[in-house]
Design a protein around this ligand. Structure first.
Ligand SMILES: [Zn+2]
Ligand SMILES: [Zn+2]
Length: 153
């Protein structure tokens, strides 16, 4: 779980990235992002909507979906198709040409963004060598997390 301080500094960073790229971080987009930051296992769209509603009762499903689209488009969040959830991106901004590996624990459903530059490049290079271009932005890998392994799950 992120501390208040971490959440605050992530928000500040996203604000400055948005300013740099001249994209608009509306209050609702900012709220959606901060809610994802404080949800370590990510949120489903309706869960996000429920949380938005606590602060902005007039919010409707399209409000949540549009905010999520924005966060995904700019690399501030990832969609986990396996779980149908959304998580805040650990790096806040991904290069569009490199994928992110998302490890999903089948026991606790924890999602970990896995950093491995060389795995990243070897995948892209291997596919390129076979004449393919990788289009997947989020590569989901089912892997039991260290915590669950310790518990002998
Ligand atoms: Zn990411
Ligand atoms: Zn686990």
């Amino acid at each position: 779980m992120m501390s208040d301080h971490d959440v605050q500094s992530a928000l500040t960073e996203v604000e400055s990235i948005c300013k740099q790229k001249s994209i608009q971080l509306t209050p609702i987009r900012k709220l959606a992002f901060s809610l994802l930051l404080t949800a370590p296992n990510g949120l489903k769209a309706y869960e996000l909507l429920d949380k938005i509603k606590l602060q902005k009762s007039s919010a409707t499903p399209p409000t949540a979906y549009r905010a999520l689209d924005f966060l995904l488009e700019h690399g501030f969040a990832h969609k986990i198709s396996k779980l149908n959830t959304f998580v805040a991106c650990k790096h806040l901004c991904h290069h569009a040409d490199t994928p992110s590996f998302l490890l999903i624990c089948p026991c606790c459903q924890n999602v970990t963004e896995y950093d491995n530059e060389s795995m990243n490049h070897s995948l892209i290079d291997a596919l390129a060598a076979s004449g393919f271009r990788l289009m997947e932005k989020e590569i989901e890998i089912t892997a039991t997390c260290p915590g669950c392994l310790t518990l002998g799950r």
